[in-house]
Design a protein around this ligand. Structure first.
Ligand code: PMP
Length: 354
C-alpha cells in the first residue's frame, strides 16, 4: 500500500484470480472455463467487427440486448450487459448496498463478494452454510441487507431449487436479492421467470462458462426495468462503453448458435457425472454439483497436497486455503479426454503418496 492510498483501499484484500500460467501447457481445470472453443458463428462475428474498432461501440448495445431479450424471454429494458458478470455484481454492490444496507452472503461462496463489499465500503453479514455445505433458506428470511446468492454456489456446485429461492425473495420484500447464475446452464433452475413477479430480484449471468467466452468478458443483469435503470446509472457514471465491439459481436453470435450451446452444456454435464463416479471409486467425497466443476475431498490426501501433486504432473485445479474447505479441491470439468487423464493421474498419486 503506498503512502497515498485512500482509507477505503487500505482495508481491501484483492480477489485472487485463478492461475493463468505461461510456463508450460497444463490441463487447465482451475478457472471453470469451457474446454470448447467459442461457437464458430461467434468467432466469425467477432472477427468481422474488428474493422469497426476505430469507433466507440453503441453504449446501449441495442442489437445484442434485443437478441438477448428474445432469448431470455424478457423485455430489452430488463437487461443490462456488463464486462463479465463480475461487473454486474459490482454495480449491484454500488447501487444497492451502503453503510445501512450490508451485503449478506454465505461464508463459503464466490470469493469476490467480500472484495466488492470492501472496495465499496459496505459492511458484510456472513451466514454460514450448514455442515453439508447447503444453504438453510430460513437463515435468509427477513434479513436486513442486500442478499447475494450464487446458484449453483461456488465452489461447492450445490444448487437451490427455484421454489426455495422464491421463498427467500418473497421473505425480503424490503431488500434486494441478487442471484448469481454464472453456472446455471449446467443443470440448475433459472429464476429469470420471477423477475416480474417480485420487484426486488436481480439475476446475473455470464458468457464465460456455458458460452465459451471467458476471454471476451461478457455478462448481464436481468431484472425489472426500475432496477436495471439503477444499474444503468452506475454504468453510465463509470464506464458507458463497458463492453468492446468484439465482445458484443461475439455475444450476438453465441446467442445465435443455440445448437452449439446445448451440445456443449450436455457434454459437460455427462462428463461431470462420469468423472464424479470415477472420483468416488477412488475414495473421494464429491458434493452434488450442478455446475461445470466438482468440489471433492480425497479420503487420504489433503487438498493442498493433491493440488500440488496434480500441478507437478501438469494438471491445474483450484485449492482454497480456508478452514472449512481446506481438504477439498475444485476441479473444472474439461473434455472427456482431459477428465479421463485426470482420473488416471489421481489414481497414480494415491498409489505413491500416503
Ligand atoms: N459468479 C461466480 C459464482 C463465478 O464463479 C464467476 C467466475 N469467476 C463469476 C460470477 C464472474 O464471471 P465473469 O466475470 O467471467 O462473468
Amino acid at each position: 500500500m503506498s503512502k497515498f492510498s485512500s482509507k477505503r483501499l487500505s482495508g481491501v484484500k484483492p480477489y485472487v484470480a485463478g492461475e493463468q500460467p505461461q510456463d508450460k501447457k497444463y490441463i487447465k481445470l482451475n478457472t471453470n472455463e469451457s474446454p470448447f472453443p467459442p461457437s464458430p458463428f461467434a468467432q466469425r462475428l467477432a472477427r468481422e467487427s474488428a474493422g469497426d474498432m476505430l469507433l466507440y461501440p453503441d453504449p446501449d448495445y441495442k442489437s445484442l440486448t434485443e437478441i438477448a431479450a428474445e432469448k431470455w424471454g424478457v423485455k430489452p429494458t430488463e437487461i443490462l450487459f456488463t464486462n463479465g458478470s463480475d461487473e454486474a455484481l459490482n454495480f449491484a454492490f454500488i447501487a444497492f448496498c451502503d453503510q445501512d444496507t450490508p451485503a449478506v452472503f454465505a461464508d463459503i461462496t464466490y470469493g469476490f463478494y467480500p472484495v466488492f463489499a470492501e472496495i465499496n465500503g459496505v459492511p458484510k453479514k456472513i451466514i454460514p452454510l450448514k455442515d453439508d455445505f447447503t444453504i438453510d433458506i430460513k437463515d435468509y428470511f427477513g434479513v436486513s441487507g442486500t442478499v447475494f446468492i450464487a446458484n449453483p454456489n461456488a465452489p461447492t456446485g450445490i444448487a437451490l431449487k427455484k421454489s426455495d429461492i422464491e421463498k427467500i425473495v418473497k421473505a425480503n420484500p424490503d431488500n434486494i436479492v441478487v442471484i448469481d447464475e454464472a453456472y446455471v446452464d449446467f443443470g440448475a433452475e433459472t429464476c429469470v421467470p420471477l423477475i416480474n413477479k417480485y420487484d426486488n430480484l436481480i439475476i446475473t449471468q455470464t458468457f464465460s462458462k456455458s458460452r465459451s467466452l471467458a476471454g471476451a468478458r461478457l455478462g448481464l443483469a436481468i431484472a425489472n426495468e426500475s432496477l436495471i435503470n439503477d444499474l444503468k446509472t452506475v454504468k453510465f457514471s463509470t464506464n458507458p462503453y463497458n463492453i468492446s465491439r468484439m465482445a458484443a459481436a461475439a455475444g450476438i453470435g453465441a446467442i445465435g448458435d443455440e445448437e452449439y450451446f446445448n451440445a456443449n452444456c450436455a457434454a459437460i454435464m455427462k462428463t461431470r457425472e462420469t468423472f464424479t463416479d470415477g472420483l468416488k471409486k477412488s475414495g473421494f467425497t464429491v458434493l452434488p454439483s450442478k455446475a461445470n466443476f466438482v468440489f471433492a475431498k480425497s479420503g487420504s490426501l489433503s487438498g493442498e497436497k493433491l493440488y500440488t501433486e496434480l500441478k507437478k504432473r501438469g494438471i491445474l485445479v483450484r485449492h482454497f486455503d480456508l478452514p472449512r474447505i481446506k481438504d477439498f479441491v475444485r476441479i473444472t470439468i474439461g473434455d472427456n479426454k482431459d477428465m479421463e487423464r485426470t482420473l488416471c493421474v489421481i489414481s497414480d498419486i494415491l498409489k505413491v503418496i500416503k
